[in-house]
Design a protein around this ligand. Sequence first.
Ligand code: UDP
Ligand code: LCN
Length: 810
Amino acid sequence: MARIMTTRRSDSIADMMPEALRQSRYYMKSCFQRYVSRGSRLMKQQHLLEELHAGSSDSFLGHVISCTHEAVVLPPYVALAVRRNPGVWEYITVHSGDLTVQQITPSDYLRRKESLYDDHWAQDDNSLEVNLSLCLSTPRLTLPSSIGNGMHLLSRFLSSSLGGVNKIKPLLDYLLALRYQNTKLLISDTLLDTVGKLQAALLLAQAFVSEQHPDTPFQQMAHRFHEWGLEKGWGDTAGACGQTLGFLSEMLQAPDPVSVDRFFSRVPSVFDVVIFSVHGYFGQHKVLGMPDTGGQVVYILDQVRALEEELLQRIKGQGLTFKPNILVVTRLIPEAKGTTCNVELEPIDKTRHSSILRVPFKTQDGQDLPHWVSRFDIYPYLERYAQDSCTKILHILGRKPDLVIGNYTDGNLVAYLVSRKLGVTQGTIAHALEKTKYEDSDVKWREMDHRYHFSCQFTADMIAMNTSDFIIASTYQEIAGSKDKPGQYESHYAFTMPGLCRFATGISVFDPKFNIAAPGADQSVYFPFTLKHKRLMGLHPQIEELVYGKEENDEHIGYLQDRSKPVIFSMARLDKVKNITGLVEWYGQNKRLRDLANLVVVGGLLDPKHSKDREEIEEINEMHSLINKYQLKGQIRWIKAQTDRVRNGELYRCVADTRGAFVQPALYEAFGLTVIEAMNCGLPTFATNQGGPAEIIVNEVSGFHINPLDGKEASNKIANFFQKCNEDPMYWNRMSTAGLQRIYECYTWQIYATKVLNMGSMYGFWRTLDKQEKQDKQHYLNMFYNLHYRKLANTVPKVGEQPEQATAAA
Ligand code: UDP
Ligand code: LCN
């Protein structure tokens, strides 16, 4: 049997194949003959592995197939899409008869794939193919391990590209343009119009501030600064000014990544931020549990608070007195169902300068669209929405925002349109990209389009990802997956929608625009159960009734017979992907677990007649049938979706009081806010190994990973934990503390806000470099928007103009 050949990243599979063939020609031939024996088809990795000869798994062929994501079989050829590392793809064809191997381009591979679905289109030389890897001077990350750390590369790249007096001119131009309304910041555009003059002024000012007491307020030095052509914004004290002046001097003299980083974290360039979360219901009360809302609403409200806090600190530190403004722009829904979603402007709780701005969708005859519209159906409204919201934003802010951030496909498309119109920095957040949620949703787009309009959605995603100056991801896996599974963004590298468009290059995860900034949980709501003085004892009678009451009604069903047992807790929307029914089934089937702990789940509605969401209705019915099937009453309490976050925070803590655990059993979770909420409360947490939680939790250190596809193993893992806690009571405490430690190190909103504002500043400068090339790419994308996307959006029926129907799957 052949050994696995050791491979380096630079080795291509095609180059190594001849040697592998020499080693095991017989096995390879029989394997490829099996692949082609059933005619043309698309084979996924699992099928490829199944048909691999049993003895070949540790051969070179076994290695190649284990890295092959999928294969297009077109006898006598088999085309393989091989992924040997996150983000690194190679496409090859193997002739099943003579075993010749050839490397092919992504475009060739996609054409072959298309021919399985729409041969006519695949053969058409003029079918629409786009290649979005257009900015050739943009540096690229090289190592898969650096993916998601774009700012790091950028500061290195900037430090090398700004070296030398001639090359520093773009930085001078950028500084000359810095202003807030009529106030010029940092340097005067009349006095310091050359690099030499700027350097001289910096030297004078540095010498001057070094003689002052570090606490001397800027106001006392302002007139001297002004004489040298230096304006406000360097710092609030002599000490702070000295540092900023020093960082800039270092950059002008011999830039290095550290001074670049430091300088851009000080530049007064971001004051007003607009965040788009279009589809709604977006509000602060009673909206969680409405169709399409969930983590995104929670995330944005917390994000805004953290950004405002950080902006206030920065502005103060810069010695300025301007007020920041953050606007969350969403849809105004006249039929607001008891929420405030029909209110135009709503201040955001716990902030001083942030508001929700709601702008209505317009019907064809210019009326406000009254109904809620599913996020899958809103494309025809977005362009007009972008125009209308842009007008409102300018009116409210009285100036252009400095940064526009989109959320989800609709928000990102609107962010593209608005930032393009205003010429400001654009940031993108996806939370979840739908393409990876639905298998083969690209090649089978036609089958799903009437329901999901993926033709619009994926096109909009490609436009926004490519126009955006930076992309904020919550985890590495969101960008580039794991060793075995491609990431959400990575799956947009090369894909095709036969009959519509071939994205020969969509987006590369090695682009330095990708950055990981993980969210946190509001620590004033989700704090450790041990902080007795902060605990909300007044809520305990309500929580007691919710969890331990015996009454069964529309709010809760089931009851807990033995309250001495610890509680296994889970909370999520009642979607299939959240797999709450899976957890109930695992629990039902595991007697040991049932003996050790009670189960409390919060989610959805309890009566299928009260729900309008197809998926939720199915899940509600499934919950009832599982409770009956496994006779769970006495051991389970199922509580309907809870919208009071403050009480939910106390609920997590009350579960911790029972020395219980939180379980997040999702089939896939993009990030998983509940995971960090539970960990913030000191509740040991078991979470899915599919998606973000796998990264949040270090398995067996700060919590546990569970495989949602192996309920038996998962439920045994949970049972083992409770058994171990019985044997060693300190074990529970150790896991609780380790979870908290992980949160404080990596998952706080403060860390997030610092990173995001640094991105706003650094990418804001970056977009001014190599302007011509970037503009060319923008023009290409604008044309794509105009000629392609718009046509697609116009074909989507304006369902919002008819009465509301049951929503598509979430
Ligand atoms: N949530 C809630 N009540 C519920 C279910 C969920 O308040 O009945 C909150 C939960 O605390 C979390 C958010 O909704 O803050 C869900 O975010 P997550 O990332 O877990 O999932 P998503 O719904 O975004 O997919
Ligand atoms: C959307 C999701 O599906 C969750 O996984 C995330 O936690 C949430 O947004 C916030 O990012």
